[in-house]
Design a protein. Structure first.
Length: 94
């Protein structure tokens, strides 16, 4: 019976380790948003980046929450949004 418990502890520890690794390396949530009204838009409204013709009205908004179709708590600047988790060290700039 003791052997079964020790293997359960090892497997549980591996799950925590896997969750830690994946949470540190993941990107913050990204949404297409109207920069003036803060309304969430469909992703095609943000265009494809620097090669777009300028017809896209949205910008990518990182992190935060969506409530009643509006975003809050995040930033249009990806580097301003940190992705945290167990064992993650912040790499804030000064």
């Amino acid at each position: 019976m003791r052997r079964l418990r020790s293997s359960t502890v090892v497997l549980g520890g591996m799950g925590v380790l896997a969750a830690t690794i994946t949470s540190c390396g993941s990107e913050p949530d990204k949404r297409c948003v109207d920069p003036i009204t803060r309304d969430k838009l469909p992703s095609y409204e943000c265009g494809s980046g620097s090669g777009s013709s300028g017809s896209a009205r949205g910008q990518y908004y990182y992190g935060g929450n969506v409530s009643d179709g509006k975003v809050s708590g995040g930033s249009f600047d990806k580097s301003a949004v940190e992705r945290g988790g167990f064992g993650c060290s912040g790499s804030g700039g000064g």
